[in-house]
Design a binder for this molecule. Sequence first.
Ligand SMILES: *[C@@H]1O[C@H](CO)[C@@H](O)[C@H](O)[C@H]1NC(C)=O
Ligand SMILES: *[C@@H]1O[C@H](CO)[C@@H](O)[C@H](O)[C@H]1NC(C)=O
Ligand SMILES: *[C@@H]1O[C@H](CO)[C@@H](O)[C@H](O)[C@H]1NC(C)=O
Ligand SMILES: [Zn+2]
Length: 512
Amino acid sequence: MTAHWRNPVGTLLGVFVVGVAVLVALLLIRTYTLAETKRVWLDKGALEAELTQEEREQLLEALKGAIRIPTVSFSETEQNNTALAEFGQYIRKAFPLVFSSSLIQHEVVGGYSHLFTVRGSDNNLQPYMLLAHFDVVPATPEGWEVPPFSGEEHNGFIYGRGTIDDKNCVIGILQALEFLLKRGYKPRRSFYIGFGHDEEISGNYGAMKIVETLQSRGIRLSYLLDEGFAVLDGVIHGTRRPVALIGTTEKGQITLNLSVEKPPGHSSMPPRQTSIGILSEAMSRLEKNPMPNMFGNGPESSTFEDLAGEFVFPLNIVMANLWLFSPIVSRIMEQTPSGNAFVRTTTALSIFNAGIKSNVIPPIARAIVNFRLHPAHTVEEVLNIVRNTIMDEQVVLSVVKAFDPLPVSPYDEENFGYQTLKRTIHHVYSAAPVAPGVCVGNTDSRHFVNLTDSIYRFSPIVMKPEDLSRIHGLNERISKEGLEAIVQFYYQLIQNSDSEKVPGPHHIPEEL
Ligand SMILES: *[C@@H]1O[C@H](CO)[C@@H](O)[C@H](O)[C@H]1NC(C)=O
Ligand SMILES: *[C@@H]1O[C@H](CO)[C@@H](O)[C@H](O)[C@H]1NC(C)=O
Ligand SMILES: *[C@@H]1O[C@H](CO)[C@@H](O)[C@H](O)[C@H]1NC(C)=O
Ligand SMILES: [Zn+2]
């Protein structure tokens, strides 16, 4: 004791060294146990589609033909209805077995959307559902290597609007089913396929009518798969190989209308502040005071923990120990727009209107702000923060549209949908690690929350960093191998979904 008193610095140093050693041990233990508890599906999975040369060409042509039909959603209220109808005729011709099979019932829903019911042999198994959409955002030829609706091939890629969002999935699902039927496949578990025609403008007439139809029949789904994340190759900084993210939730949204009304007047005798000044100040306060960083309060931390073992040293230790490092990680993430979207509710000032004439004090100024809600926020909470930030009674707020973040779908080791997806991803994408993720955009799947708690958002495509800007951007494209992998994925997934429950690690699936 006394010796220690005499040398307090030495004691402190000793305590510090022991402390650091314990901490390092804890960090390492967590790093390696986290990496080990994740299941890797080693089973061979279901039968692969051994495509003939002729079938490969058929698949290519099927996608190219789909791209050439300009199923554009121009605005909230305007779509190319001729093209939407033509698309329906097109798939009937391109996939004759799907449309003639006695196992399959086809319906047109909401004017142009499609619903297929594929009858399985075992009524005790709860059906699942595959969802995709065939409307696309507009594209003009400027800046494209080939015209966006030509469906032309260039350097081994098929270019065109819809090649990754989302006609690739529509054609992939139909082609996989067509090939399965051709090989005599009969499903055990029933399933539904839904193709929405207005996803890019909210899905109010497509997906929502499909939901109404299923609900009126009392249907519950074991799981639902829609577009969303992908196999990310080099997209997540510091990962050593491609990793697959499955979206288990989506951010919520608020579109908020702000307006300021003041008596009009002449610009020769302006008031101290006009409607423009008042509204600009409010807007500026919103931008200068971002919503709180909420990293670690939502499922986004599972993304990093599940992938911890995939990061290069020392990021692997950091990610496995977010209990300690999340303040640092969250600060680093908020530096980029995409990382920032992950850690907080984002605030985007998107429309600003005021003024009519240079010598008139404008009577009204209006603006629209779009918020995307972090999974741990609610619409009510965000609106409260907005009111407290603006703190000005002259600014009138009205909500144009709002919905809470989507419920988080389960992703535990026993969950049938998640594990079936994981198993299929492991098979098709060289055992790529799989983790849950938060989608920052919205999909048609959000309309299905009353039909199942297991909604997953994953497109079976590989995305590299340079591909991200192609979504809704220039030179959207898919490689020929990428397209075949999509078909393989759905071909496997449909067969894997015939299992009764999550099979054990050494399960050998039945032959067809
Ligand atoms: C709408 O689609 C049809 C083909 O279905 C096409 O001929 C027409 O040019 C398209 N209209 C517009 C405005 O893109
Ligand atoms: C926003 O509010 C103003 C004033 O109340 C109204 O005139 C305008 O139509 C609103 N805009 C939207 C998109 O709701
Ligand atoms: C789900 O059901 C609730 C309660 O009936 C309803 O209020 C809600 O609008 C439904 N959600 C969707 C997306 O259909
Ligand atoms: Zn899409």
